[in-house]
Design a protein around this ligand. Structure first.
Ligand code: NAD
Length: 484
């Protein structure tokens, strides 16, 4: 199957924070891959902008390193790298200063798509937006792209939204959640809304529960100080897990356009019930051999910040009444894995002998490390021996469907950047969605603070604290294993 690539219009993309870790690992490699795929027009320009002393050649060296490190070797084509690097330049600027902005205004073209990627800490978002406006750099059609975290709580998110709204219309603001850029996340919408098979079963009558897991093997070492002010709830649940929950739980939108989809997601967030204390388990990883514990990584022996969070969530609407959603995420767990499991109910009446170990139907959506979907169904075990049943996984993964092209599944960042250039906001969070998510999260965090709750310790390399298992076991359910 040939990949269909639709080239985007010529653009100028200014990457503020263009020398940072995100630019190195994701933005530059992603743009290069789109260049190789001939989606990025040859006259597009990428301007790295940061505080560091660099010239154009220095920035091209930075980009070459990014490509060599983070793009698959089969795409290391000398000529293509050379041509791509020609699109790059560097501009030294301080987001908080006034020098250089007039020069930047002269450099950025007005007659092409303008995109400004704020790959910097959120404290600089307002300053950048203001200067892009003040120095008349951004035209009426310009787009700004914002990295997470978008606020620390409802109050700060509101301030940020208001600050940006002074200079940019909501239709120009692209809040990135890279989980939404994943192929499988979009495929989830296709599976739900382009088939007749699933949607009639997609409710509490047929779905027992849903599990969303985002587990990491790494700890917070290196950015412990930052993480300690955040924790799993702010760092992962408020954004990534919440967005996945929305896509699973939302009603079919009337159209596949940005506001129809985002309106439905917003309704889900607004329908989330407050979460009782007993339905949340927080944890902190212990030391393991030479590897430090969470509090050592955070350099805060009294830290009460969670590196692990599991919770049972209810959506108070007709479709989901009685179907719990279990969310869990954590650091230093057994495996790196992101998945959604939709666990269906037992058939209402079984005509077969009960059998040990049989599982219900499950739709498993794998987001990481390999994207794809499996459907668990029960069939008769082949051969003689009577009517013995067995569970099999129907592999709906892209490797099967795409053959050789599967290796080239577009990375989330490159898809999202191309969506910015195209002006398609469907996979970006709207301001009111972000605020609604904080409105739900804030009282939960405040409850921990008011009660002085302490996270439970868990072993590094485990599946998290014992109490998190109990969250499921007490209701006769079990988590899926955290294995790759
Ligand atoms: P980083 O610290 O590696 O890089 C920061 C960049 O900002 C550098 O280029 C630096 O020169 C520039 N910068 C800092 N202060 C500046 C100023 N006053 N004026 C102009 N430029 C300035 O950070 P990063 O890891 O690349 O992350 C950037 C943003 O993306 C952060 O908000 C981070 O939370 C978010 N983010 C990063 C990742 C990741 O994987 N690195 C993932 C998700 C979100």
């Amino acid at each position: 199957m040939a990949t269909r690539v639709i080239p985007v219009d010529p653009f100028d993309l200014v990457i503020f924070g263009g020398t940072g870790d995100l630019a190195m690992r994701k933005i530059i490699p992603g743009l290069y891959r789109r260049f190789v795929a001939e989606q990025m027009p040859k006259d597009a320009r990428i301007i790295g902008a940061a505080r560091g002393e660099l010239d154009d050649d220095g920035y091209r060296d930075f980009a070459r390193e990014a490509i060599e490190k983070y793009v698959h070797a089969k795409n290391h084509d000398k000529d293509k790298i050379r041509d791509f690097l020609k699109c790059l330049s560097y501009f030294r600027i301080d987001a908080l200063g006034e020098d250089g902005w007039k020069d930047l205004a002269r450099i950025v073209r007005k007659d092409v798509v303008q995109a400004f990627y704020f790959s910097v800490g959120p404290r600089l978002f307002g300053a950048l937006a203001k200067r892009l406006h003040k120095y008349k750099i951004a035209g009426p059609n310009a787009r700004i792209v914002l990295e997470k975290p978008f606020g620390h709580d409802l109050e700060s998110a509101k301030v940020l939204n208001a600050e940006l709204a002074e200079y940019f219309d909501e239709t120009q603001i692209y809040r990135i959640d890279h989980y939404l850029g994943k192929e499988t996340v979009q495929n989830l919408m296709a599976v739900r809304f382009a088939n007749i098979l699933f949607e009639p079963l997609w409710n509490s009558q047929y779905i027992d529960h849903i599990q969303i897991t985002v587990s990491e093997t790494v700890g917070v070492g290196g950015r412990g100080g930052y993480y300690d002010k955040s924790g799993a709830m702010r760092d992962m649940v408020q954004n990534h897990l919440m967005q996945l929950l929305c896509l699973i739980a939302m009603e079919p939108p009337a159209h596949f356009d940005p506001d129809s989809v985002r309106d439905e997601k917003l309704k889900v967030i607004r329908a989330l019930d407050p979460v009782p204390v007993d339905d949340i388990v927080r944890g902190q990883y212990r030391a393991e051999g030479d590897d430090p514990s969470y509090v050592e990584d955070a350099e805060n022996p009294d830290s009460r910040t969670e590196s692990y969070l599991a919770m049972k969530v209810h959506i108070a609407n007709w479709r989901w009444n009685g179907t719990p959603f279990y969310l869990r995420t954590g650091k230093r767990l057994r495996a790196r894995k992101s998945e959604i499991a939709v666990v269906f109910k037992e058939p209402p009446h079984s005509i077969f002998e009960p059998q040990e170990g049989r599982r219900c139907n499950e739709l498993i959506i794998h987001l990481q490390p390999n994207e794809g979907m499996d459907l668990r169904v029960t069939i008769k075990e082949p051969g003689p021996g009577g009517m013995r049943l067995m569970d099999v996984l129907l592999d709906m993964s892209f490797a099967e469907a795409l053959g050789e092209d599967a290796e080239d599944i577009t990375d989330a960042y490159e898809r999202l950047i191309m969506d910015v250039i195209r002006g398609n906001q469907t996979l970006f969070m709207r301001g009111d969605e972000v605020e609604a998510a904080w409105r739900w999260v804030d009282p939960i965090i405040q409850g921990w603070i008011d009660r002085g709750d302490k996270p439970k310790p868990y072993d590094a390399g485990s599946s998290g604290p014992e109490d998190a298992l109990m969250l499921m076991h007490r209701e006769g359910r079990r988590w899926r294993e955290i294995t790759e």
